[in-house]
Design a protein around this ligand. Sequence first.
Ligand code: ATP
Ligand code: MG
Length: 439
Amino acid sequence: MTRLSNDWRRTHYTKDANESVTGKEVTVMGWIHEIRDLGGIVFVLIRDKKGILQLTAPTKETEPQLLEDIRKLRKESVIGLKGTVQESGKAPNGVEIIPTEIKIFSLANQPLPMDPTDKVKAEIDTRLDSRFLDLRRSSVSSIFKIKSKMLHTFRTFFESNDFLEINTPKLVASATEGGTELFPITYFEKEAFLGQSPQLYKQMMMSAGFDKVYEIAQIFRAEEHDTLRHLNEAISIDMEASFMDDVDVMKILNDLVQKVIINVKQNCKEELKTLEVDLETPEGHFEIVKYDDAVDMINSKDVPMEWGEDLSRAAEKALGDMMNGYYFLTEWPTEIKPFYAMPNEENPINSHAFDLMYKDLEISSGAMRVHQHDLLREKIAEKGLNPDAFGGYLKAFEYGMPPHAGWGLGADRFNMTLTGLENIRETVLFPRDRRRLTP
Ligand code: ATP
Ligand code: MG
């Protein structure tokens, strides 16, 4: 197999080796998508991240050594090709390449563990076992191009609105916010855990005077459930801002969701087409459903739900059926939201916590936070947690803490709504769930 020498550099992606360069010599690099040897002529389709190009080698006019090399090729091998672009009505993108030289960088073993050409459908487990091959399919790589555009939109928005990007620790001591199972790890002679969210740290940055912060990073949840919307490692997009309340940060979230959809529609046309998704841009303010009303709506569909309960899966589905697209669920009971959610002043059994939903899927949770030290200490104790274990966090509330609010949004879940996918595993390169830790 050949190494990459200096005289072999890509001059064109397959998509750009088109009619505009007819008659010119090009160098393309890619994977063997298909080989058809008709005896008198050999056709080879070469694929790269931008498309597919046809190599055409008429056996009589092709130099014997070159022809022999072409006939050696196997599906999914990686080659470099130098050749002349020639118009051709029958070829996939209107041109074909008459080869002058090829370089075989890597021959692929046969048979392949799965077919990466979209022709044969494979089960999700087979696909994930050979994810590198699965990702060669445009219907799969499209998901990640959309995700990249989505993340880029968040970053651009935050940066242009004076937010500071922060990186908080993912190795944490035992004090946690509760509400979810954590992964224990060995930290030298101590036990530690993988972080479930940057919540406590991003709040401490408010005391630090950073004013507006964001973080895009992994969160780890040791939840045992095996659902289509939970993973044990997910990406959370978190923001926190001082001198803002829940309504202010809901507005930011509303704007951001719209911006992402507009950008994805504008910049990922091909990808959306491949995925057969027709994205609608939600206009104006998302609808607001108060928790109290949601309980009534859910009960009206004969799904039993008591006031003060979290939404069961059946309740989420019932509500999702009644709602169009994105909506906020607000004024949650204080009791079922984390200790850092600010209770309502007049009616403390309700809180300033909200969720952003897309139909029956929770995308984000946020709140105005408790910034008063004594109240926060009390609320930690009320949840049955030990306030002393929160020393490092609580201290930040004793020496000047501005009122603040923020949210955390599941990037993978949001990506599901942009790509129309039902299974969160599809939107993560190498998903981690109850049964999967490799590859
Ligand atoms: P759920 O009730 O759906 O399990 P949650 O309320 O426990 O979610 P939060 O702690 O509010 O989740 O986390 C904020 C956001 O992070 C969620 O709205 C969701 O989008 C995402 N998220 C949380 N847990 C997971 C997970 N296990 N897998 C994927 N995304 C998650
Ligand atoms: Mg939540």
